[in-house]
Design a protein around this ligand. Structure first.
Ligand code: 2HG
Ligand code: ZN
Length: 426
């Protein structure tokens, strides 16, 4: 759906090279498209016309790891998984994990404020990123690369570069607060009969698992069928209308197991959960995670996917999938819902054999109106990029959008940074 026509791709190795490129492009009014691992889902990292692509792939050096504070300083082109392996040598973990970890860049994660599978436990990147170095459109390098957990001096400018998708500056370096790597991890895969049971089980997981709860994910039957049919992955339990993945992470295996068993006994005795399995060995944990992480990939095999990433208050969470399914009837192959239920983040995906304008017009703007009615967000974690920018009004006030446009003018007066992204046409 998104495809550019660029003839130039530059791969800087240093901040100074990024600065020289931007300074030149700004003088000549040449548009640029910053690109990380190119795994985004809203077209933010893809040029629209013939923008100069600035790939951060060669800026992949880790500068330092402070094992006292847990702070890592690195260039923005580090691949998330490689960075995580690097900090693992110091007993730390990157507080972000997502299916695209093998190719996405940490700079892209920060620029899009990616959420992922453990936001529930570690919070958003607005909290974990302590410092950012970024290059403005003019080529000026802005050093906000604090490594302190507390730095209350003036406006916290780093936040402007977190989630602004390369429209205000190009992120070149980062300081990230990494928590200790857990030594005991358990993953439960549960089958449930109703969505009310899912909500109740989430509430019980929070209260009974407390500080060891590290992830709470949701999959509906249609999503699981998709990974089973299209990728031939095997579910560890019999078919159920709803599934949950509940992960615990801590430092004491016996303590965590005891807590998890008490929780599981409770939800099974009460009948909220009708089947389940627990994995403790890394290979089984990985297999179960792949059932969740690879849903997005499995949908591709259906043909065309209409993708939505929505924040919804929990009582309305699954109603949206049911309403859309009914609304679209037999014109589609699949309408499925999965996602980060612990964060109220639904991934609603609809597939058809081929792209059909008629189907799209039945989904949009209905889905955004529905979301705005329950005061949700039309983009929970994927950003606006190219595909969602003109729907920003459903989630932000005119005043807020006006201020965003003024900020863009101040920081990129010639509009060379990632044009046609994030901000709406009107
Ligand atoms: C996930 O959580 C990703 O798997 C992708 O955010 C979601 O493709 C999607 O809809
Ligand atoms: Zn997600």
């Amino acid at each position: 759906m998104v495809r550019g026509a660029s003839s130039v791709l530059l791969k800087p190795k240093t901040t100074e090279e990024v600065s020289a490129i931007l300074s030149y492009c700004n003088q000549h009014k040449l548009a640029v498209c910053p690109q990380g691992g190119n795994t985004g889902l809203v077209g933010g990292s893809v040029p629209v016309f013939d923008e100069v692509i600035i790939s951060m792939a060669l800026m992949n050096q880790v500068e330092s790891v402070d094992s006292w504070s847990g702070v890592v300083v690195c260039q923005s082109g580090c691949v998330l998984e490689a960075l995580d392996q690097h900090v693992a040598e110091h007993g730390l973990m990157v507080p972000l994990d997502l299916g695209a970890k093998g190719s996405c860049h940490i700079g892209g994660n920060v620029s899009t404020n990616a959420g992922g599978l453990r936001l529930l436990r570690y919070g958003s990147l607005h909290g974990s990123v302590l410092g950012v170095e970024a290059v403005l459109a003019s080529g000026e390098v802005i050093d906000c690369l604090s490594t302190m957990k507390k730095d209350n001096t003036g406006y916290d400018l780093k936040h402007l570069f977190i989630g602004s998708e390369g429209t205000l500056g190009i992120v070149t370096k980062l300081a990230i607060n990494c928590p200790p790597r857990p030594t005991a991890v358990n993953l439960a895969f549960l089958g449930l009969q109703s969505f009310d049971d899912v909500l109740q089980t989430f509430r019980d997981a929070k209260s009974k698992l407390g500080e060891i709860l590290s992830s709470c994910e949701f999959i509906d039957r249609s999503s699981l069928e998709c990974v089973e049919e299209n990728l031939k992955l095997k579910s560890p339990i019999e078919p159920h209308p709803y599934y949950m993945l509940i992960e615990t992470s801590g430092s004491n295996g016996d303590h965590d197991e005891e807590k998890l068993n008490t929780f599981l006994e409770y939800v099974m005795t009460s009948g909220q959960v009708t089947d389940g399995t627990v994995a403790t060995e890394p290979s089984r944990i990985q297999h179960i995670w792949s059932l969740r992480e690879r849903i997005a990939e499995s949908l591709i095999a259906d043909g065309y996917t209409y993708k939505y990433d929505i924040s919804i208050p929990l009582p309305h969470f699954y109603k949206m999938v049911e309403d859309m399914r009914e609304h679209l009837g037999s014109s589609i192959i699949r309408c499925c819902g999965y996602g980060h239920i612990g964060d109220g983040n639904l991934h609603l995906n609809i597939t058809s054999k081929e792209y059909e304008k008629e189907i799209l017009s039945r989904i949009e703007p209905t889905i955004f109106e529905w979301t705005a009615r329950v005061k949700g967000s039309i983009s929970a974690e994927h950003g606006l990029g190219f595909k969602k920018r003109n729907y920003i009004h459903f989630s932000k006030s005119d005043g807020a959008i006006g201020l965003m446009k003024q900020m863009k003018k101040i920081m990129d007066p010639n509009g060379i940074l990632n044009p046609y992204k994030v901000l709406p046409d009107n």
